[in-house]
Design a protein around this ligand. Structure first.
Ligand code: ATP
Length: 391
């Protein structure tokens, strides 16, 4: 399975260069196979999008010929574009206001580099700007300013290739309820120009535990099943990058595990994974690098372990030999008596040793029965950074 996925992803590096003709030809094939009216509207929307892209590409080609490219960073930036799965520089988005709402600056010039082959966590409180960032990559939201490249393709100049390099599992479930999962995947494959003999609809359904639902209507699937179908749809064209926007919201523990097993298999096959989640333990367990976004700005971007270590906070948990009624005076250390009778003593590993705390305990005539240390976790870092930023 992993080898097949790897082969598909590698093969796709070629397919990303697909041309308009193949997209249109596949679209007509879809029409012939039924569900005509829905397909007609899908093709109409696709056609309008192609036209828009053509106009954009023509403008950019003209810019290039006249030497008026809006982006003059040159070779250094090209090298960086090839090194990263996604690279954003000075990315800004301001949503226009209207009579009822003021303009909203959702992204305030973010710089972000997501290494190829990583599992990258994009975290932030509600309204931080995560979905805006993802929607810009997907071509659903138009950026106000800045440069973004996906798999080395600039999202303005090579919009189609950039988009073909991405598989996106959106936050909202937007499945085609009148199709079966198998049909939905075949149509999606057609829209991406995947030749019939290379389609992996059944393989993907099986990998996501939906094989027995292949011919049921999508509307008959549970919420968790629909979400897994979205993952299959995102991977139908074997993109080298998979973006999951809150993929496990509303998915039970067992299915969540199944989903992550599949995502890890894809990662082992070379797919770069970008993930937004509100489950911080999940991010801590899965991601090798994490960026925290707050109010449209990147407030941290580090390898996960380094990020947690950067908080420089541990807690010494002491079980006293005899019961203690009130917290003792331990000099510079603050102690708290927990409901189970243990003492919790926070300290900064870079500035203090456990031995110093034990000396203070001994001076306060507290005999120690047992002790352990508790590391900070991602939740502590997240709260610290976002609350510090919020003042
Ligand atoms: N179409 C829009 N028009 C105006 N404002 C918007 C629009 N979409 C998002 N916003 C605003 O932009 C900000 C960032 O929203 P975004 O959806 O990107 O946040 P998020 O980090 O994905 O949040 P969540 O975790 O809740 O999904 C929010 O203040 C939001 O209200």
């Amino acid at each position: 399975m992993a080898e097949r996925a790897a082969a598909a992803v590698a093969g796709n590096a070629q397919r990303i260069y697909m041309d308009d003709f193949r997209v249109r030809r596949s679209g007509w094939r879809v029409i012939r196979h039924g569900k005509g009216l829905t397909c007609f509207f899908m093709l109409l929307a696709g056609g309008l999008r192609l036209r828009q892209e053509w106009l954009t590409n023509t403008r950019l080609r003209t810019d290039k010929q006249t030497g008026s490219s809006g982006n003059g960073r040159g070779m250094k930036q090209n090298a960086e574009m090839m090194q990263y799965a996604i690279a954003a520089h000075g990315l800004r988005k301001t949503y226009k206001g209207n009579k009822k709402a003021a303009p909203k600056e959702a992204l305030k010039g973010i710089d972000l580099q997501i290494p190829r082959g990583s599992i990258f966590g994009l975290l932030g409180p509600n309204g931080a700007g995560k979905s805006t960032f993802i929607n810009i990559l997907a071509g659903l939201v138009r950026k106000t300013d800045g440069d973004v490249s996906v798999w080395g393709f600039d999202i303005d100049r090579n919009a189609r290739q950039a988009r073909a390099a991405l598989g996106i599992v959106p936050q909202e479930i937007n499945t085609d309820v009148f199709f079966t999962p198998k049909e939905a995947l075949d149509i999606q494959a057609g829209l991406y120009g995947v030749p019939k003999d290379q389609r992996r609809s059944m393989e993907l359904l099986a990998a996501l535990g939906l094989e027995d639902k292949a011919d049921s209507y999508v509307r008959q699937l549970s919420g968790g099943m629909k979400r897994r179908l979205l993952v299959a749809k995102a991977m139908i064209h074997s993109p080298p990058i998979l973006i999951l926007d809150e993929p496990t919201a509303g998915v039970d523990i067992e299915l969540r595990k199944q989903l992550w097993d599949y995502v890890l298999e894809l990662h082992a096959a070379g797919v770069t994974i970008v993930l937004t989640t509100h489950y911080l333990e999940e991010a801590q367990e899965l991601c090798d690098q994490i960026a925290i976004i707050h109010e449209g700005e990147v407030v941290a971007c580090e390898p996960t372990e380094k990020l947690i270590a950067s908080l420089d906070r541990k807690t010494l948990m002491v079980t006293p030999l005899h019961e203690i009624a009130a917290a003792p005076d331990l000099g510079v250390f603050n102690a708290e008596v927990k409901p189970d009778g243990r003492l919790a003593i926070p300290y900064q590993p870079s500035k203090a040793q456990v031995g110093e705390i034990l000396e203070h305990l001994s001076a306060a005539n507290i005999a120690v029965k047992d002790l352990s240390t508790v590391e900070s976790d991602l939740e502590d870092v997240f709260l610290e950074l976002t609350y510090r930023k919020a003042g």
